[in-house]
Design a protein around this ligand. Structure first.
Ligand code: PLP
Length: 451
C-alpha cells in the first residue's frame, strides 16, 4: 500500500522538543541542544550503540506502574494491576513488573516462556489468546499459572482435559465480549459484537456457557474478563463495559448461585502520541472504573468483586523512543519531502498498518524549532513504509539523529526481520546510566534457525 497523499497545506508547528509535553518520556530534557532521557545523551548513545535503537526511560515505566497501583488501590483496595506484556516484553521488563508488584498478562507460549525465564511467579500470570494451542495450554497449566482466560467453549474442553490429565484444578476466567463500541481504531477494537475474541453475549450465548464451565471437571470459574479495545480516550466506554459485566455477574448469581469474585476489565487508557491528543489520565480512569464497579454492584445487589485491569500501552508507550540516523533526503516539489531513516516498518509497523501518528525531533537539534514538514520514510521495500507521515521536524541533514517518541508499545513486540533487518537493541536509561537489556540482532541471528 502506498502512502496517503501529503497534505501540502500543513504548516510546521515551530515547537521545540520540550514543548511536546505529554508526548515526552518523564525524564526528557534538553542540554546544550541535545535530547537527554534518563540523564543520558541520546546523540552519544546513538553513536555508541548504533541505530535504529529502542530506548526506554526506566523511571517513566516504574512511575506509571506505581501510578496505576496507587490510583486503583487508594480508591478500591481489592484491585490489582496486570501488565499486558504484548505491548513490550523482555526479561528486564518482566523483572521490573515483578519488582513493582504488578501481575503479568501473556498471550501465547512465547511470552509465558520469557516471563518464567525471568523468574516471574507463575501464579501471578494471566493467560490470554483466542486460539491458545493445546501445547501452550499444557505449558501454562503445568507451569501453574494463576488464571487462564477462556476464550471459547472449544478451549474449555481442552483446558478441562489437560487439567484432569495433569491432576490439577485450573482457575479460569471467561472472556466476554460486552458489545461496547469503543471509540478507537477498527483494528484495535475488540469488545464489539463482531469480534474473534471471547464468548459473545448475543442470544445469551455467554450466559448459557457459564453452565458448561461450571460443569466441566478440572476448571474453577473465579472471574470474568472483558477488553473493549486499545488507545481509548472515552472513559464512558469503560464504565459502560463495567456496568454490563456487573449485571452479568448478578444474573450468574441468580441463575447458577455462583458468586463471581474477580472482574478483569482489560487494557488501560490511551496515551498522547501527538501534541493534539488529550487522553484521560490514569487517575481519571481509576476513578471512573472503580465508581462504575461500586455503583453498579450496589444497583444489582452483588458483592463487589476484585477489580483487575491490564494496561500495556499506557505503561510503556511514552517511556520508549526510537533513535534513527538520517541517510537520504529527497524532495519532490509539490508532492512531499522524504527523510529516509535506517529503520522503518521492521521496527515500527504501526504507521504502515494503520497510519499511526507520531511526534519526532532531531536529537542533536533538540533546542531548535521544528520548521519543516517531512515524511520519515523507512528503508524497506514497501512504498507504505514510513514512521511519521507529514510531521513537523527541525531542518534535517544527513547524519542527524532522529528521535521518534512514544514507540515503547506495540513496536518492538510487533517487529520483524523484513528485508533481513536485524532487530535493534533495547537500552534502558536511568540516572545517567544506559544498560543494554536486549542486544542488537546480528546477521548470524537471522540464520540461527536455518538448517
Ligand atoms: C486482552 C488484552 N488485555 C490488555 C491489553 C492491553 O491494552 P492496552 O495496551 O490498550 O492497555 C490488550 C491489548 O489489546 C488485550 O488484548
Amino acid at each position: 500500500m502506498s502512502l496517503p497523499a501529503s497534505d501540502l497545506t500543513k504548516q510546521a508547528d515551530h515547537l521545540t522538543t520540550m514543548d511536546l509535553g505529554a508526548v515526552l518520556p518523564a525524564t526528557a530534557e534538553v542540554r546544550e541542544g541535545h535530547l537527554f532521557i534518563g540523564g543520558v545523551d541520546m546523540v552519544e548513545l546513538a553513536r555508541e550503540q548504533g541505530t535504529a535503537l529502542y530506548v526506554f526511560d526506566e523511571a517513566d515505566i516504574r512511575g506509571r506502574l506505581a501510578t496505576y497501583r496507587e490510583n486503583f488501590q487508594s480508591r478500591y483496595a481489592n484491585s490489582e494491576i496486570i501488565y499486558a506484556s504484548k505491548a513490550f516484553i523482555n526479561k528486564e521488563m518482566v523483572r521490573i513488573v515483578a519488582a513493582e508488584g504488578a501481575s503479568l498478562d501473556v498471550s501465547g507460549g512465547g511470552e509465558l516462556a520469557i516471563a518464567l525465564a525471568a523468574g516471574f511467579p507463575a501464579e501471578r500470570v494471566y493467560v490470554h489468546g483466542n486460539n491458545k494451542t493445546p501445547q501452550e495450554l499444557e505449558e501454562a497449566i503445568s507451569a501453574g499459572v494463576g488464571r487462564i482466560v477462556l476464550d471459547s467453549r472449544l478451549e474449555l474442553a481442552r483446558v478441562s482435559e489437560i487439567a484432569q490429565r495433569l491432576g490439577v484444578v485450573q482457575d479460569v476466567y471467561m472472556r466476554i465480549t460486552p458489545g461496547v463500541e469503543a471509540d478507537t481504531h477498527e483494528y484495535i477494537k475488540t469488545g464489539c459484537e463482531d469480534s474473534k475474541f471471547g464468548f459473545t453475549m448475543r442470544e445469551d450465548f455467554a450466559f448459557n456457557c457459564v453452565g458448561d464451565v461450571l460443569a466441566a471437571p478440572g476448571v474453577n470459574l473465579v472471574g470474568l474478563h472483558c477488553h473493549i479495545g486499545s488507545q481509548i480516550f472515552a472513559l464512558h466506554s469503560f464504565a459502560e463495559a463495567v456496568e454490563i459485566m456487573v449485571e452479568f455477574i448478578a444474573r450468574i448469581k441468580e441463575r447458577y448461585g455462583l458468586e463471581i469474585t474477580e472482574l478483569d476489565i482489560g487494557g488501560g487508557v490511551g496515551i498522547a502520541y501527538t501534541v493534539q491528543d488529550q487522553p484521560a489520565t490514569i487517575e481519571q480512569f481509576a476513578e471512573v472504573a472503580t465508581e462504575a464497579l461500586l455503583g453498579s454492584c450496589e444497583v444489582h445487589g452483588v458483592n463487589p468483586p476484585k477489580l483487575l485491569t491490564e494496561p500495556g500501552r499506557s505503561i510503556v508507550a511514552t517511556a520508549g523512543v526510537t533513535l534513527y540516523t538520517v541517510g537520504i533526503l529527497k524532495t519532490l516539489p509539490g508532492i512531499r519531502k522524504y527523510v529516509a531513516i535506517d529503520g522503518g516498518m521492521s521496527d515500527n509497523i504501526r504507521t504502515a498498518l494503520y497510519h499511526a501518528a507520531y511526534e519526532a525531533v532531531i536529537a542533536n537539534k533538540a533546542d531548535q524549532p521544528r520548521t519543516e514538514i517531512v515524511t520519515l520514510a523507512g528503508k524497506h521495500c514497501e512504498s507504505g513504509d514510513a514512521v511519521v507521515l507529514d510531521g513537523s521536524i527541525q531542518t534535517p541533514e544527513l547524519g542527524d539523529i532522529v528521535c521518534v517518541f512514544d514507540t515503547g508499545a506495540y513496536c518492538r513486540s510487533m517487529s520483524s526481520n523484513y528485508n533481513g533487518q536485524p532487530r535493534p537493541a533495547v537500552v534502558f536509561v536511568k540516572d545517567g546510566t544506559a544498560r543494554v537489556v536486549t542486544r542488537r540482532e546480528t546477521y548470524n541471528d537471522l540464520m540461527t534457525c536455518d538448517i
